[in-house]
Design a protein around this ligand. Structure first.
Ligand SMILES: Cc1cc2nc3c(=O)[nH]c(=O)nc-3n(C[C@H](O)[C@H](O)[C@H](O)COP(=O)(O)OP(=O)(O)OC[C@H]3O[C@@H](n4cnc5c(N)ncnc54)[C@H](O)[C@@H]3O)c2cc1C
Length: 265
């Protein structure tokens, strides 16, 4: 199975258009993208993620882009004059409908200070974006007896996707911290999973409730656990530390910081 470290091997770049947007809950806007180039996109499932290239706010943007996110690809991207270079962020496939050539993304709306958060509140049908496939991040061993998944709202799509695509006899705990109880979504999880939504009181540091839930978790069989942690970077870092402390082998923990408090991407 591919993991975060294999992301640079993927080379499918699709230039697509916004089909529509919908405010699905207090803090999320779902964007549907469509276009013939989605025919080429592999359907990885799980927490399938991609680089998303967004248009400049003013003027023309070029979508003639490198098809790799390795060092050479990134240097090529940086060589595009800044006036026409698209913004670059990371997002997750919430749903992919290959037949219809459509793909949904659930964007967290977090005000106007981020390029992506601003864009999603203003975009309309017909706008152009590009995405570069990066595969999946969750790597779990075949002998896994318990999956521990935890994230904040930015990892909602990833965790919901993992729950949707795990074998139906998988067991585990999924913890998703959300800004508002109404941001919880319908989940198609295996019957042996507990899915715990943790609404975050105002003024609480994002990720801290999910981290506390992981820190309160323990097991008698640490060597057959697989874990996935994503969200504000203190959450995956702290969650991983706890699992290592209770004896879970490092290679069984997939983790990545999805964003950093106070830091622009
Ligand atoms: C593999 C991967 C998959 C991801 N999938 C998704 C996804 O499906 N949906 C999704 O919404 N996000 C997802 N993210 C997170 C997203 O890329 C970041 O939140 C990104 O920083 C948003 O870009 P921006 O332009 O809005 O803000 P930036 O310009 O990056 O940041 C501006 C400011 O906003 C703050 N900020 C950034 N994100 C948030 C947030 N969510 N809440 C509060 N403050 C924030 C930053 O700390 C900074 O102060 C994913 C990240 C990764 C690495």
């Amino acid at each position: 199975m591919m993991s975060f470290k294999d992301a640079k091997k993927h080379t499918t770049l699709c230039v697509v258009n916004v089909v529509g947007t919908e405010r699905i809950s207090p803090n999320f806007i779902r964007v549907t993208l469509g276009g013939d180039q989605l025919q080429r996109l592999p359907d990885h499932g799980f927490d399938h993620w991609f680089r998303l290239y967004l248009p400049q706010e003013h003027g023309e943007t070029t979508f003639d882009l490198p098809n790799r996110a390795d060092t050479i690809g990134y240097l090529k991207y940086l060589r595009i004059p800044s006036a026409t270079r698209p913004h670059l962020r990371n997002y997750t496939v919430r749903a992919f409908r290959p037949q219809a050539r459509e793909l949904d993304i659930d964007f967290v709306v977090h005000g106007d200070e981020g390029v992506a958060s601003r864009w999603v509140q203003r975009t309309k049908a017909g706008d152009t974006v590009a995405l570069l496939d990066q595969g999946c991040g969750y790597e779990f061993a075949p002998d896994t007896t318990f999956h521990l998944l935890a994230g904040d709202e930015t990892a909602l799509a990833a965790i919901v996707g993992i729950l949707r695509d795990l074998p139906r006899d998988a067991t585990g705990l999924a913890v998703v911290e959300i800004p508002d109880p109404a941001d919880a979504q319908q989940v198609d999880a295996p019957a042996g999973f507990e899915v715990r939504w943790l609404p975050r009181p105002a003024g609480t540091r994002p990720g801290s409730l999910a981290l506390a839930a992981v820190q309160a978790w323990t097991t008698d069989s640490p060597t057959t656990v697989s874990a996935y942690f994503a969200g504000e970077q203190a959450l995956p870092a702290g969650a991983r530390r706890h699992l290592v402390d209770i004896g879970v082998p490092k290679r069984r923990i997939s983790f990545t910081g999805y964003w950093r408090l106070g830091k622009t991407h």
